[in-house]
Design a protein around this ligand. Sequence first.
Ligand code: CTP
Length: 408
Amino acid sequence: MIATKWLLGITGGIAAYKAPELVRLLKKQGADVRVVLSQGAKAFVTPMTLQAVSGHPVYSELLDPDFEAAMGHIELARWAEGIVIAPLSANRLAALAHGHADDLLTTLCLASTAPIWVVPAMNQQMWHHPATQANITILKDRGAVVIGPGWGEQACGEIGLGRMSEPQDIVNQLFPMYQPMKEQEANLQGLRILISAGPTREAIDPVRYISNRSSGKMGFALAQAAATLGAQVSLISGPVNLASPHGVERIDVMSANEMYNAVMTKAQDADIFISAAAVADFAVEKALSQKIKKAGATGLQLNLVATPDILAKVAALPKPPFCVGFAAETEQPEQYAKKKLQEKHLDLIAVNDVSREDIGFDVNVNELTVLSQHKTFHIPKNTKYQISLKLLQIIRECYDTKNKIKNS
Ligand code: CTP
């Protein structure tokens, strides 16, 4: 489906003067455009101009009785098939990234499920600031598409990155991108997907534990992407510092044994199990109930015992779900992963080269090689959310092929 109902958000910045031209070009593509102005935007472009070019009233107040009596902000959020924010200021970017609902535009973005494109425009120092870059990464991870900014002379007289992309370039990106993205995405309606994520924590005593560097970001991105594509998702998570993905059932666990019990309870009813958790392979045989004291000790020996291999146990069920593993490797990634695929009887395994600092642990980007018995797929470096969309597409295809073979 190509979006025809576009919500254009305009925030405060000199580039807002280009917004009426953007409305005109969107309308030329057959789009119905409703405009929302932030408070700051009104200093740079008038509602009257935008009303004239869009053919609709322009909205800017969150608490506006006339607007609520007419369309209302929830109705407008539901109406939009695509949201584009141009220009997006550093301030409104921060508000969006952190889920604020302090004006009409940010509230609409929270209340809408429509895909979002953002077109940042700001002073080049502000663009390069780590806070701005972190905020942009948050939006990208959530699936927003960022257009620009461009390089060149700025209104403030500086030269650098931060100029808003030209309206025609924005429209060129909005329209061709929408369809291919949708076509590439798997439809996961009707599928029950179980995902494990994050590390596990194995207690030594009441204050100490053994764990690993997993942040849970890959598993959470997969859960968010799978839910967005229509799946019914259960997420079993070790201790992580991440917000629950929207529309996902989340069950928090601590140790490998707790994760094992939670996964086994859910696995019977799952069509697909994606084991993204970095489960501790060993736990302390008998965690102490009191804190270990160092007084007088010159060393300490801990007796470790193997934890259950959750993924292998799920794959060994009489009627196992389609099983997808992750292999975190520091050397010969594909050889070791292939071995795990075979030994654990998996349908697919995604290989993470954790010796690379630029991908994997605790960062928002990743790059994967995905192996089945007979095929190899490569997913190039991208945000974990975009990687998830691609991985879910591969899973969907392989899942369908397996079912076809089973039923033939
Ligand atoms: N896994 C699991 N339960 C465990 C250990 C691992 O479910 N106790 C799953 C992980 O979630 C991952 C896959 O098995 O999907 C491979 O994990 P990895 O740690 O790379 O492999 P291991 O089998 O533990 O082998 P090794 O640590 O020796 O590389």
